[in-house]
Structures are given as structure tokens and as C-alpha cells.
Design a protein around this ligand. Structure first.
Ligand code: ZN
Length: 171
């Protein structure tokens, strides 16, 4: 006997286990390959979320009528996140609001890198590129008679720039 995927309106065969409760791995429902992928992807989003992001996620309109509730306890907090991860009806992760929010997010590493480059958090990639060019000119050893201090500074700037290139250069 084959089990049908437990995802709403899905008629595929469910052969992958998806946990039903956050702390109880014994309970699960069966999903098809496509939906276990969606399930895992959604759950991974939470793993990398900061508290601020989670708060946004919960308080925003994206989480429907639940936004009027009080989210004082973290227990409640994560229960809701978990339930939403199980529930694809909201399509939260594909909503443009959520995508915009994710885009706005800046990691501590990037923040530090921007600081090294004497830029603020809102700096656009083109500004970073321009700033890099001007800093390289400013601190280039040729211009500073091989001053060790400037050499180190330039090294730091180059590292910061390659870090920012990794995250912002793609956008
Ligand atoms: Zn399915």
C-alpha cells in the first residue's frame, strides 16, 4: 500500500519523512520528493535567522491573523514558526515582502568589512567599488614610500573588499 503525499492537494506518493513536531522526531508525515524539498528549504530559513528577522517574520502581515497575538514567550514564538514551516498555504518564503527583507539583511562580517572601507551599512555595490579604487590609490605602497602601516591598511581593505564582493557583488 502506497501512502499519498500529505501536502495539501498533492497526489504524489509520499516516501519522505517530515517531522510533525519540533522536538519529537517520532511523529512524522510522509511527503513526496518535491514537497520534502520545500519543507526542508523552509525549515533551513529559520536556522539562519536572527532574532530580529524572526520577529519581523512573526509580526508582519505575512503571518496572517496570528500577528495580533502576543508573542512574549519564546515557546510560543517557535511553535508558530514551526507550524508555519509545516504549512505551505501562506507561501511566506516566496512573498516579495520576505524576499525584500532578506535582501536588506546585512551580516556582521559585511558590516565590519564596510567599516574597514569607511562606508556605512547602506552602501551600494557601485559605491563600494568606487571607494575601493580610491582607497587603493590612497594607500598604495608606491605612494607612501613602502610605509608598513599603509601596506597593512591596504591589505585589510582588500580583504574587506573581497568579502563584500562575495555577498554584494552578485546582486
Ligand atoms: Zn507532494
Amino acid at each position: 500500500m502506497k501512502t499519498i503525499c500529505d501536502w495539501e492537494n498533492c497526489k504524489e506518493i509520499g516516501s519522505f519523512k517530515a517531522p510533525v513536531e519540533r522536538d519529537n522526531s517520532k511523529k512524522f508525515r510522509l511527503l513526496c520528493l518535491k514537497h520534502i524539498k520545500v519543507f526542508n528549504k523552509n525549515w533551513n530559513y529559520f536556522e539562519n535567522m536572527s532574532n530580529q528577522e524572526i520577529e519581523f517574520f512573526i509580526k508582519s502581515d505575512l503571518t496572517w491573523h496570528k500577528s495580533t497575538k502576543n508573542f512574549g514567550s519564546s515557546e510560543n514564538f517557535f511553535n508558530i514558526l514551526w507550524n508555519n514551516a509545516l504549512d505551505d498555504k501562506l507561501n511566506i518564503f516566496n512573498s516579495s515582502n520576505f524576499k525584500e527583507f532578506k535582501k536588506m539583511k546585512i551580516s556582521q562580517t559585511d558590516k565590519d568589512a564596510l567599516e574597514v572601507m569607511e562606508l556605512n551599512d547602506a552602501a551600494k555595490w557601485v559605491e563600494i567599488q568606487a571607494k575601493f579604487k580610491s582607497l587603493v590609490k590612497k594607500y598604495h605602497p608606491d605612494k607612501n614610500q613602502g610605509n608598513k602601516k599603509f601596506e597593512d591598511k591596504l591589505k585589510k581593505i582588500t580583504l574587506a573588499y573581497s568579502q563584500l564582493k562575495k555577498t554584494l557583488g552578485k546582486k
